[in-house]
Design a protein around this ligand. Structure first.
Ligand code: FAD
Length: 469
């Protein structure tokens, strides 16, 4: 184990997470009289709103995930540490992170926790094996492989039933991510892949978007939801509202409709975009501070975004619960900047009582349905179609980090939206199978450590895996 403490008498700020909250907070502290250490489990900042475009072959990983170290290269008070934060000790004011077998303890004077949220399977975590979520680059690349792999397998099959199953794609969750993904899978099948196979017609693909809610994009409501639904249907996406997934396996899923009847959908490729659960670090903070957490694991914070009873610890972005603010990039960015300003004021001698409450400025929200079509809500203004799409384009370009990413994204969008090609259509076997292989290996190691398997060369059966938990 190593203990890191920045060799400086200056105030030490530790930020956990290099997402929208963490990175924007670190950048806002550029001129602060402080040393800023950003600890994250990935080497990059990830622009999550465009992950679905990596999954569907439009953008490359580099377009949406610049290396954090390079983004902060010229910010001399910033230190970047790679590591998965395992524990926070509010009493000792330390954060312990792990990289492979190495534990690192980092001391802080102020702590900003911006570890975001993961996918929630509502208690059915085993669904993840066959229905990856959309939270990380690994998820997006795995999904790309699964989508393209399904077309490849269908080309090889002589059995019409099997072909139908292989060419059925199910997206669970009709929020913005689900809608965007379903739309892009449909465009991929109908535009990009059309004519590229000899034995199948990719346009036979069936794309199903299902949700327990009665409509797509329920948070937008009314006209925008209806517009999105009608546009998706025109593209051939089958919308199945009021449908709850009750079981899911390698070959398909079982859905319960509103009237209680259960039905089976046979399909190879499934994507889960139906719920989020805040980082488990929130629970640790709650246990140590007595703060409350909500059903999604988000920590109830004070109006200035500090942790109750701990004025030097802040929780921001997808991990915080305050005034029903949604889990949006803007909430995280503005929260990060707000906290940085309060930390700077504190260093300058301002007491915690003089802090300002966080005020979120709602700049609106938007989702693309297809090329040249999006829905956007800005205050009371509701915009659809081409104008909405141009707004979506401009806003996403504005917030992509770095000139190189913006430039290469514009090029890729031109290729895809004006033409019908996609530049990122490669996928590898490892991208598709690495996650499940690693999980199986971890299961195996756990079982061996628990003495459930004696012979390391023995095959680990399903029964043994169940026993190992
Ligand atoms: C597919 C998708 C599409 C989205 N689309 C939109 C959209 O169109 N518009 C919009 O406004 N919002 C959108 N969002 C939501 C938006 O991306 C989030 O609200 C935002 O990223 C939250 O920022 P954050 O900093 O709280 O967390 P994140 O951006 O998730 O960052 C969390 C950071 O913490 C790190 N981390 C996590 N756990 C640990 C740990 N234990 N140790 C160390 N590091 C850790 C992660 O690696 C990451 O760097 C979308 C989200 C997803 C997943």
């Amino acid at each position: 184990m190593s203990v890191t403490s920045v060799d400086s008498p200056r105030h030490r700020v530790v930020i956990i997470g290099s997402g929208f909250g963490g990175l924007f907070c670190a950048q806002e502290l550029k001129r602060a009289d402080a040393e800023v250490t950003l600890v994250a489990r990935t080497t990059h900042h990830l622009f999550q709103p465009l992950l679905y475009q990596v999954a569907t072959g439009i953008l490359s990983v580099g377009d949406i995930a610049p290396a954090t170290r390079l983004v902060l290269r010229k910010q001399h008070n910033a230190h970047v540490l790679l590591g998965d934060v395992r524990s926070i000790d509010l009493e000792a004011r330390t954060v312990t992170s792990r990289l492979l077998d190495r534990d690192t303890v980092t001391e802080y004077d102020s702590l900003v926790v911006a570890a975001g949220a993961g996918q929630s399977y509502f208690g059915n975590d085993h669904f993840a094996k066959y229905a990856p979520g959309m939270k990380t680059i690994d998820d997006a690349l795995e999904l790309r492989g699964r989508i393209l792999g399904a077309f490849e397998e269908a080309e090889l099959s002589d059995d019409p039933e099997e072909r139908r199953r292989l060419l059925t794609f199910v997206v669970v969750g009709a929020g913005p991510t689900g809608v965007e993904l379903a739309g892009q899978i449909a465009e991929l099948a109908n535009r990009t892949l059309a004519g590229a196979f000899r034995r199948i017609d990719p346009r036979d693909a069936r794309v199903i978007l299902l949700d327990g809610a009665p409509t797509v994009l329920p948070v937008y409501g009314g006209k925008l939801s209806a517009n999105a639904a009608s546009r998706l249907e025109k593209m051939g996406v089958e919308i199945q509202p009021n449908a709850m997934v009750v079981d899911l396996d390698a070959d398909g899923l079982t859905v319960k409709d509103k009237d209680g009847t259960e039905r089976r959908i046979d399909c190879q490729c499934k994507v889960w975009s139906a719920g989020v659960q805040a980082s488990p670090l929130g629970k640790q903070l709650a246990e140590q501070s007595g703060a409350e957490i909500d059903r999604s694991g988000r920590v109830h914070v004070n109006p200035d975004l500090s942790l109750p009873g701990h004025p030097n610890v802040y929780v921001i972005g997808d991990m915080m619960a305050l005034d029903n603010l949604p889990g949006l990039a803007q909430v995280a960015m503005q929260g990060g900047k707000h906290v940085a300003k309060e930390i700077k004021a504190g260093i300058a001698g301002s007491p915690p009582e003089a802090r300002h409450p966080f005020k979120y400025f709602d700049k609106g929200s938007m989702a693309t349905i297809s090329r040249f079509s999006a829905v956007a809500k800005v205050g009371k203004l509701e915009i659809t179609g081409f104008i909405g799409w141009v707004m979506w384009l401009v806003v996403h370009l504005m917030y992509l980090v770095g000139f190189r990413s913006k430039f290469s994204t514009i090029l890729s969008w031109t290729v895809t939206f004006v033409g019908r090609g996609r530049a990122q259509m490669a996928s590898t076997e490892q991208q598709v199978f690495a996650r499940t292989a690693i999980e199986d290996l971890q299961d195996y190691e756990r079982a061996r450590a628990a003495g459930l398997i004696g012979d390391p060369t023995a095959v680990f059966t399903g029964e043994e895996r169940e026993k190992a938990g």
